[in-house]
Design a protein around this ligand. Structure first.
Ligand code: SAM
Length: 283
Protein backbone atom coordinates (compact mmCIF):
# COMPACT_ATOMS: atom_id res chain seq x y z
CA UNK A 1 0.00 0.00 0.00
CA UNK A 2 1.48 3.38 -0.93
CA UNK A 3 1.83 6.16 1.60
CA UNK A 4 -1.12 8.58 1.68
CA UNK A 5 0.08 11.95 3.10
CA UNK A 6 -3.37 13.31 3.89
CA UNK A 7 -4.45 10.12 5.66
CA UNK A 8 -1.22 10.37 7.67
CA UNK A 9 -1.92 14.03 8.59
CA UNK A 10 -5.40 13.17 9.86
CA UNK A 11 -4.22 10.14 11.83
CA UNK A 12 -1.25 12.03 13.27
CA UNK A 13 -3.44 14.88 14.48
CA UNK A 14 -5.90 12.46 16.10
CA UNK A 15 -3.08 10.45 17.72
CA UNK A 16 -1.35 13.47 19.19
CA UNK A 17 -4.57 15.02 20.48
CA UNK A 18 -5.17 11.72 22.29
CA UNK A 19 -1.57 11.38 23.46
CA UNK A 20 -1.46 14.79 25.16
CA UNK A 21 -2.80 13.62 28.54
CA UNK A 22 -0.22 10.82 28.73
CA UNK A 23 2.57 13.20 27.69
CA UNK A 24 1.46 15.65 30.37
CA UNK A 25 1.61 12.86 32.98
CA UNK A 26 5.18 12.02 31.87
CA UNK A 27 6.29 15.65 31.58
CA UNK A 28 9.00 15.41 34.23
CA UNK A 29 10.63 12.32 32.76
CA UNK A 30 10.55 13.89 29.29
CA UNK A 31 12.06 17.11 30.63
CA UNK A 32 14.97 15.23 32.17
CA UNK A 33 15.54 13.09 29.06
CA UNK A 34 15.28 16.02 26.67
CA UNK A 35 17.19 18.68 28.62
CA UNK A 36 20.63 18.05 27.06
CA UNK A 37 19.02 18.03 23.62
CA UNK A 38 17.21 21.33 24.22
CA UNK A 39 20.40 22.92 25.55
CA UNK A 40 22.36 21.79 22.47
CA UNK A 41 19.66 23.30 20.25
CA UNK A 42 19.66 26.58 22.17
CA UNK A 43 23.45 26.82 22.03
CA UNK A 44 23.25 26.27 18.27
CA UNK A 45 20.84 29.15 17.62
CA UNK A 46 21.96 31.31 20.54
CA UNK A 47 18.76 33.35 21.11
CA UNK A 48 19.50 36.93 22.17
CA UNK A 49 17.43 39.31 24.33
CA UNK A 50 14.77 40.96 22.19
CA UNK A 51 14.61 38.23 19.53
CA UNK A 52 11.57 36.30 18.32
CA UNK A 53 11.81 32.51 18.38
CA UNK A 54 9.42 29.92 16.92
CA UNK A 55 9.14 26.41 18.32
CA UNK A 56 7.52 23.91 15.92
CA UNK A 57 5.88 20.60 16.89
CA UNK A 58 6.50 21.86 20.40
CA UNK A 59 4.37 19.39 22.33
CA UNK A 60 4.53 20.70 25.89
CA UNK A 61 6.91 23.45 24.79
CA UNK A 62 9.90 22.55 26.93
CA UNK A 63 12.54 23.91 24.54
CA UNK A 64 10.60 27.05 23.66
CA UNK A 65 10.17 27.92 27.33
CA UNK A 66 13.93 27.73 27.88
CA UNK A 67 14.32 30.08 24.89
CA UNK A 68 11.74 32.45 26.40
CA UNK A 69 14.02 33.06 29.37
CA UNK A 70 16.91 33.92 27.03
CA UNK A 71 15.02 36.44 24.86
CA UNK A 72 13.19 38.16 27.77
CA UNK A 73 12.09 40.78 28.55
CA UNK A 74 11.47 42.35 25.12
CA UNK A 75 11.73 39.23 22.99
CA UNK A 76 9.21 36.42 22.79
CA UNK A 77 8.58 32.84 21.76
CA UNK A 78 5.76 31.32 19.71
CA UNK A 79 5.16 27.80 20.92
CA UNK A 80 3.30 25.92 18.19
CA UNK A 81 1.98 22.44 17.55
CA UNK A 82 -0.68 20.86 15.35
CA UNK A 83 -2.46 19.53 18.47
CA UNK A 84 -4.45 21.93 20.63
CA UNK A 85 -4.39 19.45 23.53
CA UNK A 86 -0.57 19.55 23.59
CA UNK A 87 -0.64 23.35 23.69
CA UNK A 88 -3.08 23.21 26.62
CA UNK A 89 -0.38 21.33 28.54
CA UNK A 90 2.20 23.89 27.40
CA UNK A 91 0.01 26.80 28.54
CA UNK A 92 -0.31 25.27 32.01
CA UNK A 93 3.47 24.85 32.24
CA UNK A 94 4.12 28.44 31.09
CA UNK A 95 1.66 29.70 33.72
CA UNK A 96 3.39 27.64 36.42
CA UNK A 97 6.74 29.14 35.38
CA UNK A 98 5.23 32.65 35.31
CA UNK A 99 6.35 33.25 31.71
CA UNK A 100 4.74 36.27 30.13
CA UNK A 101 6.63 36.41 26.81
CA UNK A 102 5.25 33.18 25.33
CA UNK A 103 2.35 32.87 22.89
CA UNK A 104 0.73 29.70 21.59
CA UNK A 105 -0.34 28.90 18.07
CA UNK A 106 -1.95 25.80 16.60
CA UNK A 107 -0.23 25.22 13.29
CA UNK A 108 0.96 22.50 10.98
CA UNK A 109 4.68 22.92 10.32
CA UNK A 110 4.12 22.07 6.66
CA UNK A 111 2.06 25.29 6.34
CA UNK A 112 3.49 27.81 8.80
CA UNK A 113 0.97 30.58 9.22
CA UNK A 114 3.56 33.34 9.73
CA UNK A 115 5.02 35.98 7.36
CA UNK A 116 8.27 35.61 5.46
CA UNK A 117 11.43 36.40 7.47
CA UNK A 118 9.44 37.02 10.66
CA UNK A 119 11.47 35.08 13.26
CA UNK A 120 15.12 35.00 14.34
CA UNK A 121 15.34 31.30 15.22
CA UNK A 122 13.33 28.08 14.85
CA UNK A 123 13.51 25.12 17.22
CA UNK A 124 12.00 21.70 16.61
CA UNK A 125 12.78 18.82 18.97
CA UNK A 126 11.67 15.36 17.75
CA UNK A 127 9.11 16.68 15.28
CA UNK A 128 10.16 16.75 11.60
CA UNK A 129 10.46 12.97 11.18
CA UNK A 130 6.78 12.58 12.11
CA UNK A 131 5.56 14.94 9.40
CA UNK A 132 4.02 13.75 6.12
CA UNK A 133 6.45 15.92 4.13
CA UNK A 134 9.45 17.01 6.22
CA UNK A 135 11.16 18.61 3.21
CA UNK A 136 8.21 20.99 2.81
CA UNK A 137 8.28 21.71 6.54
CA UNK A 138 11.99 22.58 6.31
CA UNK A 139 11.36 24.91 3.36
CA UNK A 140 8.59 26.54 5.39
CA UNK A 141 11.01 26.83 8.32
CA UNK A 142 13.51 28.65 6.14
CA UNK A 143 10.80 30.91 4.67
CA UNK A 144 9.81 32.27 8.10
CA UNK A 145 13.43 32.76 9.24
CA UNK A 146 15.10 36.10 8.66
CA UNK A 147 18.25 35.88 6.51
CA UNK A 148 21.03 34.53 8.73
CA UNK A 149 18.57 33.22 11.33
CA UNK A 150 19.24 29.79 12.81
CA UNK A 151 17.32 26.53 12.94
CA UNK A 152 18.06 23.70 15.36
CA UNK A 153 16.37 20.33 15.43
CA UNK A 154 16.52 16.86 16.89
CA UNK A 155 15.38 13.61 15.28
CA UNK A 156 15.93 10.05 16.55
CA UNK A 157 18.81 7.96 15.27
CA UNK A 158 17.80 4.50 13.94
CA UNK A 159 15.67 2.23 16.13
CA UNK A 160 18.60 -0.18 16.67
CA UNK A 161 20.24 2.57 18.76
CA UNK A 162 17.03 3.12 20.74
CA UNK A 163 16.12 -0.06 22.63
CA UNK A 164 13.41 1.82 24.59
CA UNK A 165 11.49 1.71 21.29
CA UNK A 166 13.03 -1.35 19.62
CA UNK A 167 12.05 -3.84 22.32
CA UNK A 168 8.33 -2.90 22.52
CA UNK A 169 8.16 -2.77 18.69
CA UNK A 170 9.78 -6.21 18.43
CA UNK A 171 7.38 -7.60 21.02
CA UNK A 172 4.38 -6.34 19.03
CA UNK A 173 5.76 -7.45 15.67
CA UNK A 174 6.54 -10.99 16.85
CA UNK A 175 2.97 -11.30 18.09
CA UNK A 176 1.54 -9.99 14.82
CA UNK A 177 0.24 -6.87 16.59
CA UNK A 178 2.40 -4.34 14.77
CA UNK A 179 3.96 -4.02 11.34
CA UNK A 180 7.49 -2.89 10.48
CA UNK A 181 7.40 0.77 9.35
CA UNK A 182 6.90 1.35 5.63
CA UNK A 183 10.14 2.62 4.03
CA UNK A 184 9.88 6.35 3.34
CA UNK A 185 6.83 6.81 5.61
CA UNK A 186 6.99 9.22 8.56
CA UNK A 187 7.76 7.84 12.00
CA UNK A 188 10.10 8.34 14.96
CA UNK A 189 13.08 6.87 13.06
CA UNK A 190 12.32 8.16 9.55
CA UNK A 191 15.10 10.78 9.43
CA UNK A 192 17.87 8.71 10.98
CA UNK A 193 20.21 8.93 7.99
CA UNK A 194 22.65 11.77 8.78
CA UNK A 195 23.64 12.30 5.17
CA UNK A 196 20.03 12.47 3.97
CA UNK A 197 19.13 14.84 6.78
CA UNK A 198 22.01 17.17 5.91
CA UNK A 199 21.08 17.05 2.21
CA UNK A 200 17.42 17.74 2.96
CA UNK A 201 18.43 20.83 4.94
CA UNK A 202 20.67 22.00 2.10
CA UNK A 203 18.00 21.38 -0.54
CA UNK A 204 15.63 23.49 1.59
CA UNK A 205 18.02 26.43 1.17
CA UNK A 206 19.92 26.21 4.46
CA UNK A 207 23.69 26.69 4.73
CA UNK A 208 26.25 25.92 7.45
CA UNK A 209 24.53 22.59 8.07
CA UNK A 210 25.87 20.62 11.01
CA UNK A 211 24.63 17.16 12.09
CA UNK A 212 25.90 15.23 15.09
CA UNK A 213 24.66 12.52 17.39
CA UNK A 214 24.24 12.29 21.11
CA UNK A 215 23.76 9.37 23.47
CA UNK A 216 20.93 9.67 25.99
CA UNK A 217 19.79 7.48 28.86
CA UNK A 218 16.17 6.86 29.74
CA UNK A 219 15.90 6.19 33.46
CA UNK A 220 12.94 4.42 35.06
CA UNK A 221 12.35 3.58 38.70
CA UNK A 222 11.10 0.08 37.80
CA UNK A 223 9.84 -1.99 34.88
CA UNK A 224 6.31 -1.18 36.06
CA UNK A 225 7.04 2.51 35.58
CA UNK A 226 8.56 1.89 32.14
CA UNK A 227 5.45 -0.09 31.15
CA UNK A 228 3.10 2.71 32.27
CA UNK A 229 5.27 5.35 30.56
CA UNK A 230 5.30 3.40 27.30
CA UNK A 231 1.49 3.17 27.39
CA UNK A 232 1.32 6.91 28.09
CA UNK A 233 3.82 8.01 25.45
CA UNK A 234 3.27 5.66 22.51
CA UNK A 235 -0.20 5.65 21.00
CA UNK A 236 0.78 2.73 18.73
CA UNK A 237 1.79 0.59 21.71
CA UNK A 238 -1.19 1.75 23.78
CA UNK A 239 -3.76 0.90 21.13
CA UNK A 240 -2.18 -2.41 20.09
CA UNK A 241 -1.80 -3.68 23.67
CA UNK A 242 -4.93 -2.44 25.40
CA UNK A 243 -7.08 -3.92 22.65
CA UNK A 244 -6.06 -7.45 23.74
CA UNK A 245 -7.70 -9.70 26.37
CA UNK A 246 -6.43 -9.23 29.95
CA UNK A 247 -4.47 -12.52 30.01
CA UNK A 248 -2.64 -11.61 26.80
CA UNK A 249 -1.82 -8.14 28.14
CA UNK A 250 -0.21 -9.79 31.19
CA UNK A 251 1.72 -12.10 28.88
CA UNK A 252 2.97 -9.18 26.76
CA UNK A 253 4.03 -7.39 29.93
CA UNK A 254 6.04 -10.27 31.36
CA UNK A 255 7.67 -11.01 28.01
CA UNK A 256 8.66 -7.35 27.68
CA UNK A 257 10.04 -7.32 31.24
CA UNK A 258 12.32 -10.21 30.18
CA UNK A 259 13.52 -8.26 27.16
CA UNK A 260 14.48 -5.31 29.40
CA UNK A 261 16.41 -7.40 31.94
CA UNK A 262 19.66 -6.43 30.19
CA UNK A 263 18.99 -2.78 31.16
CA UNK A 264 17.84 -3.48 34.72
CA UNK A 265 20.22 -2.53 37.54
CA UNK A 266 20.62 -4.51 40.78
CA UNK A 267 18.32 -2.01 42.59
CA UNK A 268 15.50 -2.62 40.07
CA UNK A 269 15.89 0.69 38.23
CA UNK A 270 16.28 0.69 34.45
CA UNK A 271 18.85 2.64 32.47
CA UNK A 272 18.00 2.33 28.80
CA UNK A 273 20.27 3.89 26.18
CA UNK A 274 19.09 5.98 23.28
CA UNK A 275 20.66 8.06 20.56
CA UNK A 276 19.40 11.21 18.92
CA UNK A 277 20.67 13.22 15.99
CA UNK A 278 21.05 16.96 16.41
CA UNK A 279 21.21 19.36 13.51
CA UNK A 280 21.62 23.08 13.07
CA UNK A 281 21.64 25.28 10.00
CA UNK A 282 21.54 28.89 8.94
CA UNK A 283 18.92 30.54 6.70
C1 SAM B 1 7.38 13.38 19.74
S1 SAM B 1 6.39 14.78 20.12
C2 SAM B 1 7.64 15.95 20.53
C3 SAM B 1 7.13 17.08 21.36
C4 SAM B 1 8.20 18.07 21.84
N1 SAM B 1 8.82 18.76 20.73
C5 SAM B 1 9.23 17.39 22.69
O1 SAM B 1 10.39 17.29 22.28
O2 SAM B 1 8.89 16.97 23.81
C6 SAM B 1 5.90 15.29 18.52
C7 SAM B 1 4.98 16.49 18.43
O3 SAM B 1 4.97 16.88 17.06
C8 SAM B 1 3.69 17.34 16.72
N2 SAM B 1 3.56 17.25 15.25
C9 SAM B 1 3.66 16.17 14.47
N3 SAM B 1 3.49 16.50 13.18
C10 SAM B 1 3.30 17.84 13.15
C11 SAM B 1 3.09 18.79 12.10
N4 SAM B 1 3.05 18.41 10.83
N5 SAM B 1 2.96 20.09 12.44
C12 SAM B 1 3.00 20.49 13.73
N6 SAM B 1 3.17 19.64 14.76
C13 SAM B 1 3.34 18.33 14.46
C14 SAM B 1 2.76 16.41 17.49
O4 SAM B 1 1.47 16.94 17.61
C15 SAM B 1 3.52 16.24 18.80
O5 SAM B 1 3.11 17.19 19.75
Amino acid sequence: MSFDPNAHREASLRNWEEAASGWTRRQEMLRELGAPVSHWMLDAVSPQPGQRVLELAAGLGETGMLAAELVAPMGGVIISDQAEAMLEGARARAAALGLSNVEFQVLNAEWIDLPVASVDAVLCRWGYMLMADPATALRETRRVLRPGGGAALAVWDSIEHNPWALLPATELRERGLGAAPQPGAPGPFALADRQELAEMLERSGFSEVRVEDRELVRSHASFEELWDSTLDLSRVFHDAVLDRPAAEIEDIKSSLAERFVAYTMSDGTLQIPGRTLLASASA
